[in-house]
Design a protein around this ligand. Sequence first.
Ligand SMILES: NC(=O)c1ccc[n+]([C@@H]2O[C@H](COP(=O)([O-])OP(=O)(O)OC[C@H]3O[C@@H](n4cnc5c(N)ncnc54)[C@H](O)[C@@H]3O)[C@@H](O)[C@H]2O)c1
Length: 155
Amino acid sequence: MRVLVTGGAGYIGSVTVAQLCDAGHEVTVLDNLAQGHRAAVDARADFVEGDLAELRALRRLFRARRPEGILHFASHTLVGESMERPFLHLGDNVRNGINLLEAAAEHGARRGTQRESECQDEPGNKDDDKFVAERIVGHAAHAAVYDHARAGRFG
Ligand SMILES: NC(=O)c1ccc[n+]([C@@H]2O[C@H](COP(=O)([O-])OP(=O)(O)OC[C@H]3O[C@@H](n4cnc5c(N)ncnc54)[C@H](O)[C@@H]3O)[C@@H](O)[C@H]2O)c1
């Protein structure tokens, strides 16, 4: 399968990329290297340096690589910073997730996943952005099924 791994130069993403390559998948990594390392990306994967905030570039990537599946790990991940700059984390992580969903829906990527939040019942915890993002994925799945037949199901 052609798989897009966002944040694939990061800690979890890079290990995932290596495992996907071992399993014979065709992997594209999108990472802005804000936190990750180019050298951590498996040499068998295609690497695209870019930012999820750039929707037009994201659309180009989807057109060129036509991913069938997506693993979404790209986000601000520093816990201390998430407490000091909550709107940076909430804003970027939610908006960028929406960008990814939008590009995926437009280009028919059918399967996706993202790291789930741990403490959904505790408002104000560092995972609020992921909780919101999960809800949005749910809405997008419904929208894709009912309003956007060619997008298929995302989730
Ligand atoms: N590391 C852990 O122990 C752990 C545990 C549970 C959950 N998680 C979650 O898993 C996910 C990945 O965690 P990690 O530890 O690999 O983090 P990480 O910081 O090592 O990796 C995140 C990657 O995303 C990239 N990135 C950030 N913003 C981007 C953007 N706008 N566009 C493109 N790339 C961008 C960074 O450069 C980095 O390579 C996060 O959602 C994190 O909260 C991590």
